[in-house]
Design a protein. Structure first.
Length: 133
C-alpha cells in the first residue's frame, strides 16, 4: 500500500482510489504522488470509466468533490485524468510506477515496459498528461 505525504498528511493511495470508485461513473482508479514545490507531494489520479459512460466536462471536478466528501479536503487530487486503459501487466495489475514517472515528467526513464499487456497505452497516457507524445 503506497502512502503519499501531502503537506504533512500521510494519505493511503488505496483509500483515495476507493473514494473515487464509489462514484457511479468510475470502474477503476489508480492514484500516485507527484512532486509539488509547495506541498512536497500532490495527488494525481487516473480514472477509468464504466462501459457506456462518457467523459463529460466537469467530471474531473465531480470526482475531486467525491474524494473531498469521503476523506476530506486535504486528500483532494490536484489533477484527475480520465483514461481508457491504464498500463497493466498481463495479469491485470496496474503499473503505478509508470503512472508516477509520467506525472513527474520522467517518461524518458520508464524502464522495461515489455511486461505490459498493452504497451501502446503508454504514449497515449503521456499525451493525456503532458499534451504531447
Amino acid at each position: 500500500d503506497d502512502v503519499i505525504n501531502v503537506s504533512g498528511h500521510r494519505l493511503s493511495t488505496a483509500e483515495i482510489e476507493s473514494a473515487l470508485i464509489l462514484h457511479h461513473s468510475v470502474a477503476e482508479a489508480a492514484v500516485v504522488g507527484g512532486q509539488d514545490d509547495l506541498t512536497g507531494q500532490c495527488i494525481h489520479a487516473y480514472a477509468t470509466l464504466k462501459p457506456n459512460i462518457e467523459d463529460s466536462e466537469g467530471l474531473d471536478k465531480e470526482l475531486a468533490l467525491q474524494v473531498r466528501k469521503v476523506i476530506g479536503p486535504f486528500a483532494t487530487p490536484k489533477k484527475i485524468y480520465i483514461v481508457n486503459d491504464p498500463p497493466k501487466t498481463r495479469s491485470g495489475k496496474i503499473m503505478r510506477r509508470i503512472l508516477r514517472k509520467i506525472v513527474n515528467g520522467e517518461q524518458d526513464s520508464l524502464g522495461d515496459i515489455s511486461t505490459l499487456a498493452e504497451p501502446a497505452v503508454v504514449p497515449h497516457l503521456i499525451e493525456r498528461v503532458h499534451g504531447k507524445k
